[in-house]
Design a protein around this ligand. Sequence first.
Ligand SMILES: [Ca+2]
Length: 385
Amino acid sequence: MMWTTTVLLLLVPRLLFTTDTGNGTHFNHSEIINEDFSDAPVKDYKPLGGVKGRETCSIPCDITIKLLRDEKHSVCGQLQQSLLAFGRSTRKLMRDVMEEQQRALDILSGQVMELMTKVQTLSFEVQRSNSEMYSIKPVQSHGRDCSDIRDSLVSVVPKIPSGIYIVHPENTDSSFEVFCEMDYMGGGWTVMQRRTDGLTDFKRPWADYADGFGNLAGEHWLGLKKVFHIVNQKDTRFQLHMALVSHDDITSYASYDDFHLDSETQFFSIHLGRYAGSAGDAFRGYEQEQNQDTAPFSASDVDNDGCNPFCSIENRTVESCSTQHNHTGWWFNQCGLANLNGTPEDMEQNQGGRTHILWDTWRQNGIPHTIKSVTMKIRRIATNN
Ligand SMILES: [Ca+2]
C-alpha cells in the first residue's frame, strides 16, 4: 500500500489548490505515471502472495508484472477521477455558500434601508411635534421686541400665541424675557405692566422699579431699564397703550404715540405723543400742574415728584406722592391724575390715601370708575427706514 499512500500525498495538495482557469487545471496522466510509477520499481518488485523469485511464479513473471502495472494504472485513474470530482464538488459547495451569503447580505441590506426610511420618517415626526410644542411653549423665539417677533413669525406661524418670549433689543448686551400679547389689536405688544388681582406687592423701592418685578405671566412691572432699551432702538417709534377694565367690567383705553423714556441718569423721564382713546388723557390732566408728560420717575426712596418741599392736594399737605400713593412708583408730578401702579381694590375701602389704580379722567356721571385691572403695553408703530 505504500505506492497508494505516495500517490495520495502527491495528488491531494495539487488538486486542492487547482483552479478552473488555464491549462494547468488538469493533471497530466503520463506525468503522474512517470513520477510515481516508473519502471524502476519493477526491478525491486516482489510478487505478492508469497511468490518468491522467477522460479516460483505459477504464471510467467513478465505477464504478472504487466497485469499488476495495468491494475496500478486503473486504480490511479480512478483515484484521479475521484479527486477531480471531489474538487468540483468542493468548488460547487463554496459557490453555494457564497451565493447563500450574498442572499443574506441582500436581505440585510434591504432591512437596513427599511430602518433608515423609518428613522427618517421618525425624524420628520419629531420635527413636526416640536413645531407643535412651540405653540404651547413659546419661550423659544428671539427678536428685538414683541413687534419684531410678530413681524418675523407672521408669515410662518398661522396663529402666533401670546406668552413669554425672549427679546434682545438693538444696541444692548442683554436678552430678557417679556410677555407678548399677540392676539390683542393685531398683536406685537410688549407688556410693560399688568395689574389684575392685587397679589403682587407694588410697594417697591427705586431699584425694583428700575429692574422689574412680579410674574411675567401675571401681575408684573417689566422694569424701566428694559423698557428704555426697547423704546430707544434705532429707527423705531413706539405706541403706549393702557387697557382698563372697571369693577363692573366696562373696558376703556388710553393710547399715546411716540412714547419713549430718558435714561436712568435722567430718572427715566417719560415722553408722550398724541393721545387717543376713550378713557381721557389722565397723563396730562386738565391743568398744566397736573401734567405728568416729561416727568421723571419717582419711587418711595427717590423723590422727583415736584412737591418740594410739599404740595397741597385736596386741602392736604403732601411731601411725597409715592407715600401718598401707597409707596408705589410712578411719573408723579405734583401727584397728578394717573397712577396705574395702585391696588385693584374698591375705592371705598381706601379712605385717606390714594392706594387704588388711578386714571382720574375715566369717569361715569362725574365719578371716576373703580378700576379692577389694567395692562400697559407698547408696540412699534412705524420705522423710518
Ligand atoms: Ca417730594
